[in-house]
Design a protein around this ligand. Sequence first.
Ligand SMILES: O=C(O)c1cc(C(=O)O)c2c(n1)C(=O)C(=O)c1cc(C(=O)O)[nH]c1-2
Length: 212
Amino acid sequence: MMMNRGELSRHQLQGWVANRYYYQISIPLKDAALISQCPDRAVRRHWLHRLLDQDGRTGSEGGIEAWINLGEAVGLSRTELISERQVLPGVRFAVDAYVNLVRWGSWQDGVCASLTELFAPGIHRERLNSWPTHYPWVDPAGLAYFRSRLEVARQDGRHGLALVLDHCDTPASQDRAVRIVKFKLEVLWAMLDAMYLAYVVGMPPFFNVAGD
Ligand SMILES: O=C(O)c1cc(C(=O)O)c2c(n1)C(=O)C(=O)c1cc(C(=O)O)[nH]c1-2
């Protein structure tokens, strides 16, 4: 909300991009964990696209590279981003909890957890619309990540939802699906809470937050 209202300082927006970088690089690990659990060839085949969409293919660099470009567009160097120096402990713990859920749960759990992506296209669209006005100092070329995800996230979300509707066909499995989605929302909230404390409240001690 603060982001979309244009209320973030340069330091705060940089902090968000640097921390979300850790989410981006963890998504393929999560997708690989899901694939490793899944005996269904068609599902594995489809899910592999997700992994490659982030990691890239020959001739197409992929989402992580696009996120690094976003980092450069907000004034962070590639080295700074890749160093993970700015990743907050709370963000790291939350993201790792997501990867671990998929690593130790079933592949259906992993699909349920990805359903928050249904909301991602709208969120990306909002950023594409508002950032050029609110943050004119951000190089617009860096917004390519959000643009590239509009259609991909819509398709991924639909595919995930179709799988969940297909496989979660008992009250018990539907109950579990809802609990998993709640867990994933808690991961996303925990990330935001950690960033809010560090960059908005400015509450010390944070070993890796430089003063603004
Ligand atoms: O910017 C966002 O708000 C947002 C949220 C989410 C999400 O809800 O997990 C994803 C993304 N973006 C995203 O870019 C992305 O690639 C992605 C993959 C996944 C997933 O769980 O597999 N979620 C998300």
